[in-house]
Design a protein around this ligand. Structure first.
Ligand code: ATP
Length: 348
């Protein structure tokens, strides 16, 4: 486990042990652990148990002059109709499936009582294993979906840059830039002014007149990134879009993100690449099974996550669970407080 070198002070971890290993009493050597470390003790901790943390809530008063995003106790439960998938089956197969699987509604808890505040100038990495709720959080921030309970506030409409952001496959990169700028609310004159900068950031000078369908997925991602960041969004959400770029593009991307941050914006970056997260972010939120497990220093949070996923991918589930619990024990729940009359707009 590494000790962080960054001067960043995590806002949600507790006491002297928040950044490192001292004091949590649960550090473990995976090899020793695998050989029979206190199994009874571990059995008490089920994956779906309520958080073990008994820490007193830490009140975060939202400063209206600084805040970009405030998430106040937000949960999301998706409701799906288990019968829906049978619609395309033949009647007979559909009936069998219906009988076997049952029909009606089922609920998928995707996020559980998340609270945090992000101020301008922060670049927040969001990590977590597949299905942990990262994209759901991004959709809540853009207002694309509403929380089942709790509230999500943003000082301006966040711009979402995802791998599936709309580009038109049949027209050229050049035409996509123009169209994309207009779609993002720029006037034709403003779009014209931004054109050169977008080409520069995307690095696609040579391929500008090719139809988009002749671009590789990395090239298309670069174009999306360049278009989406051209409007200097106050809040920018990036979902995995950077992973496809090459080293040169990454360095241009980082430069552009720094510029966005400098213009008082804030950036959320969802990625499975810990290298990208550590390179780009000033703070990292780890969401696992819909719960926030950590929020703080990128080096420290990523090292815990790395340890957790290493154990999991090697089948050391109990060791992974210890890392999970140990990390969770350091997390103080946040209680978001607004000064009267200063609530930002609800997302969406
Ligand atoms: N539209 C939906 N309807 C029902 N369930 C959904 C929907 N979208 C996501 N889920 C479920 O919510 C949970 C969280 O999904 P989400 O896409 O937010 O995870 P993620 O962390 O972004 O995953 P990944 O890393 O694989 O992209 C998962 O159990 C997923 O199956």
């Amino acid at each position: 486990m590494s000790t962080p070198t960054s001067p960043y002070t995590p806002r949600r971890a507790n006491g002297p042990a928040r950044n490192g290993t001292a004091g949590d009493g649960l550090d473990l050597d995976p090899e020793v652990f695998d050989d029979g470390f206190g199994f009874d003790q571990i059995q008490e901790i089920a994956w779906d148990d309520q958080p073990l943390t008994q820490n007193a809530p830490q009140v975060e008063t939202v400063d209206p002059d600084k805040v970009s995003v405030a998430v106040d106790n937000a949960s999301k439960i998706y409701r799906i109709r288990s019968g829906t998938e049978h619609k395309n089956s033949t009647k007979r197969v559909g009936r069998h499936l219906q009988r076997a699987l049952g029909s009606g509604w089922s609920e998928i808890p995707a996020l559980n009582e998340l609270s945090f505040v992000v101020n301008r100038g922060e670049t927040v990495g969001v990590i977590g294993t597949n299905g942990s709720g990262k994209s759901t959080l991004m959709k809540l921030l853009t207002g694309k979906i509403r929380p089942t309970s709790g509230e999500v506030f943003a000082t301006s409409t966040p711009v979402m840059l995802g791998v599936n952001a709309a580009l038109v496959r049949e027209i050229s990169g050049r035409e996509n830039i123009k169209l994309g700028c207009l779609a993002m609310g720029l006037s034709p004159k403003e779009a014209q002014k931004k054109f050169d900068m977008i080409v520069e950031i995307s690095g696609l000078h040579e391929a500008l007149d090719r139809p988009l369908k002749a671009y590789s997925s990395g090239m298309a991602s670069r174009l999306q990134f360049a278009i989406a960041t051209s409007v200097d969004p106050d809040i920018l959400l990036i979902d995995e879009a950077l992973n496809t770029g090459d080293a040169q593009f990454r360095s241009r991307t980082k430069k552009r993100l720094d510029e966005v941050r400098a213009q008082a914006g804030c950036v959320f970056l969802v990625s499975h690449s810990l290298g990208t997260i550590k390179q780009m972010c000033t703070r990292v939120i780890w969401i696992e099974q819909g719960r926030m497990l950590a929020d703080g220093d990128p080096e420290w949070v990523c090292s815990q996550y790395q340890e957790y996923t290493d154990h999991k991918s090697n089948g050391r589930m109990r060791a992974a669970q210890i890392v999970y619990d140990r990390t969770q024990l350091k997390l103080s729940p946040v209680q978001v407080e607004f000064i009267d009359g200063t609530r930002p707009t609800k997302a969406g």
